[in-house]
Design a protein around this ligand. Structure first.
Ligand SMILES: Nc1nc2c(ncn2[C@@H]2O[C@H](COP(=O)(O)OP(=O)(O)OP(=O)(O)O)[C@@H](O)[C@H]2O)c(=O)[nH]1
Ligand SMILES: [Mg+2]
Length: 390
């Protein structure tokens, strides 16, 4: 008989000698200690977003005379909402809604070292926004607003000239009736450009890099629109499809006006653009989808393309999502969808045009591992109540 078998036999004999109540109690204590350790380990590893620095609650824009503005205070619906919520809790009143919109469409663009790609994306965006929504009327607020737009570019600790490029774009397009058109992914040789209203582009500068999730969430705290979309700075999504997202969102909005429309590239799987990607990237994409289906609640698991950087939210949906965001990295889209689902906000997936654009900063292997880890931590934090939701 080898020593291992002897050891096993002795252990079994030892356990058999322990009275049953003592054994059960020991198991209960063991399970309790294990759960506590897991909980505290999770509290340690689960990301907690850092509060914004003072300078990050301000924006830069181009003044009507073409000069760059001083830092101006950003309006923040979230601060007002939180103050009202605390008051309502003290008085046991009804929880607050969100303050009224000032314009129709807010576009949040996270930008990390995007001096090369940002201009082309903005050209395409302002062309559509100005022709579709036009100028906002100063001082007018209200739920029925169908005019006006803003773009909030959140430079995510960029070390290149992203901020200067964004302000240069705003200056040219505000001052000139015929600005110099900037080539983009869909129009390499553009012939016309769009004159834009003063102050429609705001640039927010994060002092340190936070990751795409942190940048998007930060921008979305300061939006004034009735609808809010976030869009990648590379211009990969066809901006004109924004109209389809708005229509899609309207069809699912509930009586509180809450809805989410998710731009989707699922219809492109099998197309040249996706097939041309490396085998490794496509393999990791499929593995990630499998993980998502296994680990997320049903409505989120049913979304075919959770990662598309083109998602639209109605204003009324924001207080159920933005205050409860934790993920700063690539997994933040999934957190947004899970929060919407947990608040019973309907989501619709809308097929959009998309083009592979050179210059992606995604590190396929490293970022995929980060996403799998982020998803595991997110799911566990929900299960054990480490993260609060609405
Ligand atoms: N890589 C990266 N992008 C960031 C970060 N913060 C904000 N972003 C922005 O996130 C958006 C998406 O980045 P991309 O590099 O195009 O990555 P992607 O669209 O997920 O991947 P592709 O499908 O390869 O284009 C861009 O607008 C980036 O500027 C960050 O810390 N790292
Ligand atoms: Mg991209």
């Amino acid at each position: 008989m080898d020593s291992l078998t002897v050891l096993a036999q002795r252990t079994v004999a030892l356990i058999q000698d322990i009275p049953t109540p003592t054994l059960v109690l020991s198991l209960v204590i063991f399970a309790f200690v294990l759960s506590c350790s897991l909980y505290f380990a999770l509290v340690l590893v689960a990301p907690v977003p850092r509060p914004p620095h003072r300078s990050e609650k301000a924006y830069l824009t181009i003044l009507p005379d073409g000069n760059r503005s001083e830092r101006k205070q950003l309006p923040c619906w979230l601060d007002t909402w939180r103050a009202h919520k605390e008051l309502a809790q003290e008085k046991r009143g009804t929880p607050p809604g969100i303050e009224e919109a000032e314009l129709f469409m807010s576009v949040v663009v996270p930008a990390f070292n995007e001096e090369e790609r940002l201009g082309g994306m903005l050209e395409e965006a302002v062309g559509y926004l100005q022709s579709e929504y036009g100028n906002a009327h100063e001082g007018e607020k209200g739920i029925g607003k169908a005019k006006g737009w803003e773009i909030i570019i959140v430079s995510d600790g960029s070390t290149d000239s992203t901020v200067e490029k964004a302000l240069e774009f705003a200056r040219d397009h505000q001052l000139s009736q015929h600005p110099m058109p900037i080539p983009g992914p869909r129009s390499p040789n553009p012939t016309h450009s769009t004159h834009i209203p003063h102050g429609s582009i705001r640039v927010v500068v994060l002092e340190q890099n936070r990751g795409k999730g942190g940048a998007v969430t930060h921008g979305m705290r300061h939006v004034r629109g009735q609808y809010i979309v976030f869009a990648d700075a590379d211009g990969a999504s066809r901006f004109e499809d924004l109209g389809k997202l708005v229509e899609g969102c309207k069809t699912v909005e509930d009586r509180l006006g809450r809805g989410v429309a998710i731009g989707s590239r699922a219809h492109l799987v099998g197309s040249e653009a996706v097939v041309k990607r490396s085998k490794l990237r496509n393999f990791l994409m499929h593995s990630f989808h499998l993980l998502l289906r296994l680990m997320t609640p049903p409505a989120t698991a049913a979304v075919k393309d959770t990662q598309c950087g083109f998602k639209l939210f109605s204003r009324a949906a924001l207080p159920y999502i933005i205050p409860y965001m934790h993920c700063e990295g690539w997994i933040f889209d999934v957190e947004m969808l899970m929060l919407a689902e947990s608040a019973n906000i309907a989501m619709v997936e809308v097929a959009i045009g998309w083009k592979e654009v050179m210059g992606s900063k995604l590190n396929v292997i490293w970022d995929s591992l980060g996403m799998a880890w982020g998803l595991a931590v997110l799911r566990a934090s929900w299960a054990l109540g480490v993260y609060k939701r609405a």
